[in-house]
Design a protein around this ligand. Structure first.
Ligand code: GLV
Length: 312
């Protein structure tokens, strides 16, 4: 029998698979991440950890002698020091596939909200500033027929592309390697200059940190919007705030931020922003599927198997 630490409170039903295993489950019930030292103490005698993306799983945790697997209830794994995991022979599993639809839906929601200025319109209504229908109030731009540039074209990017077909959008993409598909742009700057919406769908890595920097924002159209449902640090936030404030671009729909859960006051004050608290995968069905897939991978590793969702 192995011992498994669950680092934070999950949702109802989230522990189903682990709970019905033969292993001992130590489920911490606090609603947020523990500081590293406290997490290391809690994990000192476990074989597996089921964690959330807000947990930092670093060298101190990964070097614990008994630990053999970390299962992240997320597809992004930038909260885990993969080099340390490799060095200490700790397997890492994540949740690919099960959150593609929910995250793609949210990217479309942000594209629509940013293009149609719905947050601003709703704020006006709620504040009693709506005094009657007017031809010229709250004018935005259509997503229908727009040109959308996807930065990254993995599973989530492709799910976004499928949805955009229903909007008669022209969908282009930038990836490092030539996809051989129509719409591929080897130059991110050329893509950025051509589109009405630039939407980010890459994981956070050393290569993608600040990929959308000042120089990319500078070539975008003044009417264009930036959408980020991937990871905050892929976008240089200070440059984005400047771009919105100066009118270099029109709007931004963001579900992720550079220093979550902090959202800078400058970003909150910037015009044309639709801001959500990292809810891309936040539907009950998807979050349950994520808990289940991470648990399944963790149990497989403990059983000496190599599950499909092993990352490292
Ligand atoms: C959510 O952001 C995830 O990586 O699963």
């Amino acid at each position: 029998m192995a011992r498994i630490l669950v680092t934070q409170r999950l949702i109802d039903g989230g522990l189903a698979r682990l709970g019905s295993s033969d292993h001992e489950i130590v489920a911490l019930e606090q609603p947020g991440p523990l500081p590293t030292a406290a997490l290391a103490r809690a994990a000192s005698d476990v074989d597996g950890i089921l964690c959330l993306l807000s947990d930092r799983i670093d060298q101190q945790i990964l070097s614990l002698p008994r630990l053999s697997v970390v299962a992240n209830v997320a597809v992004g794994i930038d909260n885990i020091d993969l080099a340390a995991a490799r060095a200490h022979n700790v397997a890492v599993v994540n949740t690919p596939g099960v959150l593609d639809a929910s995250t793609a839906d949210l990217a479309i929601l942000l594209m629509l909200a940013a293009r149609r200025r719905s947050s601003e319109a709703e704020a006006d209504l709620r504040a009693g500033r709506w005094t009657g229908w007017s031809l010229g109030d709250h004018l935005g731009d259509d997503l229908s027929g727009a040109t959308v540039g996807l930065v990254g074209r993995g599973r989530i990017g492709q799910a976004v592309e499928r949805r955009l077909r229903g909007f008669d959008a022209t969908v282009l993409h930038h990836t490092r390697h030539d996809t051989g598909l129509e719409g591929w742009h080897g130059s991110l700057h050329e893509l950025a200059a051509e589109v009405d919406v630039l939407s980010v769908h890459v994981p956070l890595t050393v290569e993608t940190r600040a990929l959308i920097d000042r120089s990319v924002l500078a070539v975008m159209r003044p009417s264009a919007v930036l959408v980020n449902t991937a990871r905050g640090p892929v976008v240089e936030e200070a440059a984005l705030i400047d771009a919105l404030t100066s009118g270099t671009i029109a709007a931004a729909g963001l579900d992720v931020f550079e220093r979550e859960p902090e959202v800078s006051t400058a970003l909150l004050a910037a015009p044309g922003t639709v801001l959500l608290p990292h809810v891309g995968s936040a539907t009950t069905a998807t979050r349950l599927a994520m808990c289940d897939l991470a648990s399944k991978g963790l149990l497989a590793i403990l059983d000496g198997e190599l599950p499909e969702n092993v990352v490292s």
